[in-house]
Design a protein around this ligand. Structure first.
Ligand SMILES: *[C@@H]1O[C@H](CO)[C@@H](O)[C@H](O)[C@H]1NC(C)=O
Ligand SMILES: *[C@@H]1O[C@H](CO)[C@@H](O)[C@H](O)[C@H]1NC(C)=O
Ligand SMILES: *[C@@H]1O[C@H](CO)[C@@H](O)[C@H](O)[C@H]1NC(C)=O
Ligand SMILES: *[C@@H]1O[C@H](CO)[C@@H](O)[C@H](O)[C@H]1NC(C)=O
Ligand SMILES: *[C@@H]1O[C@H](CO)[C@@H](O)[C@H](O)[C@H]1NC(C)=O
Ligand SMILES: *[C@H]1O[C@H](CO)[C@@H](O)[C@H](O)[C@H]1NC(C)=O
Length: 411
């Protein structure tokens, strides 16, 4: 069962059975006045019935109906012709605190349902919120499906490989909320670390955590620090989360961050060899400090098969950094919709209601955030061949996460 979303345990009378309950498993109530419509999502009821009656674990059906993965438009809210089931969900009210470490996911989902339910029946805004949740759940489903399709196509057999410690070395663990987060630099990772620190109780609020504390205080444990049993168990049962960003934009963001402002590590370690290799008439000063690397020099380094200095996590493709085909993430968020995706995730895992995703810009807070216009400007310094090579370099990230070609002349 590779493509399942969030796993959850069955309810009271099926407690021992592990059920593949996913985001699709949301029982969501759509309310309009007194009319409550229970939307049947992806054989949801069937799943629930099996779950509560202790039946066989059903094979998760695919939704939406088969179609070329690339054609799927995740942004489109499908007008679903739901098989409406006019039957209230048989979920007991839950009274324990919204956030407790031992709580199975299904309970949280039920709470979400109850919350949505009461919201939906009292205000129309609540109904909109439910629709929004549905839309985001579908988006996740579509992202997971695309990733699986791409992995089957390009990296067949990958999922059967044994996971090595190196492959989980970027993954952070939050045992309390049973969360694994793969760190992708330049895609909101500092704020994610803050959130993880609040979740694990090492901070009260994301506001209290300065950038360096988020990155260098050793509060957060990485998955490779556990033994093989610990790794396997967590990979099997935790919610695995990945946040990605448009690859060229991520690259430009990394370049600006590391080379355009003073940096006592990147200038000497990367800047010096880059300038010395790719700049014909480098001054002594430039060679000594490694300061002033141009974007074009940086890209030349990136694309050089014999790089004078190694890779770095800030520009390493996500497809390598986080091994998405191997780890089969349950949740794929995007930097382009960071807050929306992140808050949806937080809500789904039952995070405290007052914990929302922060909006701190850590690096060079006065510099403009790298946008697609800024990215285009940087890439205009390259010629067509270089742009194509850079695209090829990030090709897997482009297709795995459904980003369109950034320039029309690319193939
Ligand atoms: C969180 O707040 C409480 C009460 O204000 C305080 O006692 C505790 O030390 C704080 N925890 C952290 C990690 O700052
Ligand atoms: C959220 O609520 C909890 C308890 O209700 C409190 O300890 C915590 O400080 C609050 N966090 C924020 C960011 O307000
Ligand atoms: C792995 O770690 C867990 C918890 O730290 C421990 O209980 C278990 O015995 C360890 N397993 C092996 C094979 O070392
Ligand atoms: C290097 O400097 C020399 C002399 O200043 C100049 O003629 C030459 O064009 C420069 N080469 C490059 C690649 O800038
Ligand atoms: C683009 O730049 C590279 C150097 O990075 C050069 O080798 C190549 O000839 C250029 N291509 C074109 C089409 O100008
Ligand atoms: C579940 O979904 C599958 C395929 O999507 C469909 O063939 C089947 O009839 C559905 N079952 C129910 C009970 O809706």
């Amino acid at each position: 069962m590779s493509l399942m979303g969030f796993r959850a345990q069955g309810s009271a009378n099926a407690r021992k059975m592990k059920c593949p309950c996913s985001f699709r498993c949301f029982l969501l109530l759509l309310g309009a006045g007194s009319l409550l419509l229970l939307v049947h999502l992806q054989n949801l009821t069937e799943t629930m019935l099996l779950q509560t009656s202790g039946g066989q674990v059903p094979v998760a059906p695919r939704w939406p109906p088969e179609k070329g993965a690339a054609e799927q438009r995740e942004d489109v809210v499908h007008v679903f012709s739901p098989e409406l089931i006019l039957q209230p969900p048989s979920v007991p009210p839950v009274s324990d605190s919204l956030f407790s470490s031992k709580q199975p996911v299904s309970k949280r989902h039920r709470k979400l349902l109850l919350k949505s339910n009461s919201a939906a029946s009292s205000t129309s805004d609540g109904g909109e919120e439910v629709l929004q949740q549905l839309r985001l759940a579908r988006k996740q489903e579509s992202r997971r499906r695309l990733l699986t399709d791409i992995c089957v196509k390009y990296q067949q057999g990958m999922a059967e490989q044994l996971v090595s410690q190196r492959q989980v070395s970027r993954v952070y663990v939050e045992d309390g909320s049973r969360l694994l987060y793969c760190e992708v630099p330049k895609a909101g990772c500092s704020n994610w670390k803050r959130v993880l620190m609040v979740l694990d109780g090492s901070a009260n609020s994301t506001q209290d955590i300065p950038h360096d504390t988020a990155h260098y205080s050793n509060h957060l444990r990485r998955l490779d620090s556990y033994n093989n049993t610990g790794i396997a168990e967590r990979l099997r049962s935790y919610t695995k989360v990945l946040f990605v960003r448009e690859p060229f934009e991520r690259l430009v963001s990394a370049f600006r961050d590391k080379f355009e402002s003073p940096n006592s590590y990147y200038h000497p370690v990367f800047g010096r060899p880059i300038i010395s290799r790719y700049r014909a008439n480098a001054t002594r000063h430039a060679l000594r400090t490694g300061t002033g690397v141009t974007f074009r020099e940086f890209v030349q380094y990136l694309l050089d098969v014999r790089r004078p200095v190694g890779m770095d996590i800030h520009w390493e493709p996500v497809s390598q950094l986080c091994s998405p085909c191997l780890l089969q993430y349950n949740f794929i968020g995007k930097f382009e919709s960071l807050e929306e995706d992140a808050n949806f995730l937080l809500q789904s895992i039952g995070a405290p209601a007052n914990l929302t995703f922060p909006d701190f810009k850590d690096r060079n807070p006065h510099a403009e955030r790298t946008s697609s216009a800024i990215t285009q400007k940087y890439f205009s310094q390259l010629n067509a061949t270089e742009r194509q090579k850079a695209y090829d370099f990030y090709y897997m990230d482009y297709v795995m996460f459904n980003y369109p070609k950034p320039f029309t002349d690319l193939h």
